[in-house]
Design a protein around this ligand. Structure first.
Ligand code: HEM
Length: 202
């Protein structure tokens, strides 16, 4: 059996819920590090940034599921919903850390930042795009909306991930490689999808 088929066979035995359990470990660990003063000089900022980065990694992972199956043969389809929902919950955590711990619930300042700081505006746009996706990530919504409408709505994953990557690029002061790598990865995954869609239409 080819190695990728062996991995697929092994993955078939892994229930999708284990991902939710595994997904709860990084935030718990990060909170522990922050609370014990091991997340840098500004633990709130450290926590906020780490959660944002994990969210973006999960968004890239969810976009990679279909290409990995198509081009590598690795079947992670049964985990896609869990990865997507985890990405949403990480963004939600990232947002709540900002609102509660960083901004201390100062709503006038929070609203001013959302409107006036472009990196916050674009992050917020990404978050708002993820919201309907998270709400409809269940079998009942697929049945109610019909597969086609549901799939059309879930294409929002791409602009949401793009917004996350642009948000990251916008907030960095210098020119580090990392945010550009995320953007390049997301653009590449989008290009692969467009290529497949164009071929299907031809
Ligand atoms: C798709 C949604 C989002 C993604 C993927 C995302 C991702 C990220 C990433 C990767 C970072 C930088 C981490 C680092 O420096 O290592 C970051 C920082 C940050 N994000 Fe987000 N974010 C999102 C939405 C939001 C929203 C909705 C808000 C608030 C309204 C927000 C506020 C911030 C702030 C304040 C920072 C830290 C800026 C600083 O370093 O001072 N983000 N985010």
């Amino acid at each position: 059996m080819a190695p990728v088929q062996r991995i697929n066979a092994w993955l078939r035995a892994v229930p999708a819920w284990t991902l939710y359990v595994a997904g709860a470990i990084p935030p718990a660990w990060l909170f522990f590090l922050a609370a014990s003063g091991r997340l840098g000089a500004d633990p709130v900022k450290g926590l906020e940034r780490q959660m944002g980065e994990w969210a973006l990694m999960l968004m890239v992972a969810v976009l990679a599921v279909t290409p990995l199956r198509r081009f590598v043969g690795l079947n992670l389809l049964k985990f896609r919903r869990a990865i997507g929902l985890l990405a949403f919950f990480y963004v939600l955590g990232h947002f709540l850390i900002w609102v509660l711990l960083d901004m201390g619930l100062l709503w006038s300042q929070i609203l001013a930042d959302i409107v006036k700081r472009p990196y916050v505006t674009i992050g917020m746009a990404g978050f708002l795009m993820l919201l309907p996706l998270a709400i409809t990530s269940n079998n009942r919504s697929i049945r109610r909306m019909g597969a086609q409408r549901w799939q059309r709505l879930h294409k929002l994953t791409y602009p949401a991930a793009l917004a996350g990557a642009v948000h990251y690029i916008w907030l960095v002061k210098s020119w580090p490689l990392e945010p550009f790598l995320y953007l390049a990865l997301i653009l590449m995954l989008l290009a692969l999808r467009l290529r497949v869609a164009t071929r299907a239409m031809a």
